[in-house]
Ligand binder design. Sequence first.
Ligand SMILES: [Fe+2]
Length: 295
Amino acid sequence: MSEIKALGYLGFSISDPQAWRDYAENILGVSIEENNDGDISLRVDSYAWRIKLKNSDHDNLDYVGWEVSDKQDLESLKARLSDQGVEFQVGSDELAKARQVQELIVFNDPDGTRCEAFYGPLQLTNIPFVSPKGFRFITGEQGLGHIVLISKDHTAQEAFYTQLLGFKVSDYINTEVIPGKPLNISFLRCNGRHHSLALAPVPIPAKVAHIMLQVDNVDDVGRAMDAAEKAGTHFSFTLGRHSNDEMLSFYTMSPSGFDVEFGWGAIEVDDDTWHVKVHHTNSAWGHKFQRPPRK
Ligand SMILES: [Fe+2]
């Protein structure tokens, strides 16, 4: 259906590395590695890294890495981008080395979010991933998890990811998270995960609404919740069960201001039988929105 097989990695600029170290290890239960250049790499599985946090004076989503199977698929994607007049650059050897992948290309989506398509991520089977909390994350063919981008030009964004990059629409949620403010969110998949990408046209300057990590044990959702409460972390959405992917999850605000959804139990989509659906509620229950504390 698409050369793109999964959400591979994410890169952020962050302004508070110590807060991120605490948040990543103690609440999310991912492992952290301090890089020579001062950046922090987060691991959740055999991949050398999945989330890169770059020390900065501001907080921002820098890039989204989409994984393709091999060189042939990367060439096929390059050809289609060329045909459709989408500019891309072939990543330099230096960039491929920094990303710890075999090869990559770089291009922007219509909202200007930097996308990278790559194959050949380094696997650290010699240094097994060990969660400081004992968590096991659902990745593999379903990739890292999902990211929800704030769409500025929603129609162009959905067309770009579906018609050009080959994502499929799983469903739409047409709802009002905040009463009186209609919100129509598109959920897009590139593998069995219900959505690796969602597009939410919220009129705020941020680029990313949230990212999601999924664990294989419901009790670990509870343990992460306990740790977040103990640390005094803001819960952006309380515990709940989503209407569409059926994820049981809660959301906390990361030190960068975007949320991290931490969940368990999502359905997997079978392409042969799935049909596009519409929901009018975010959640079957729970997921009560809580305004962030004023700074
Ligand atoms: Fe989510």
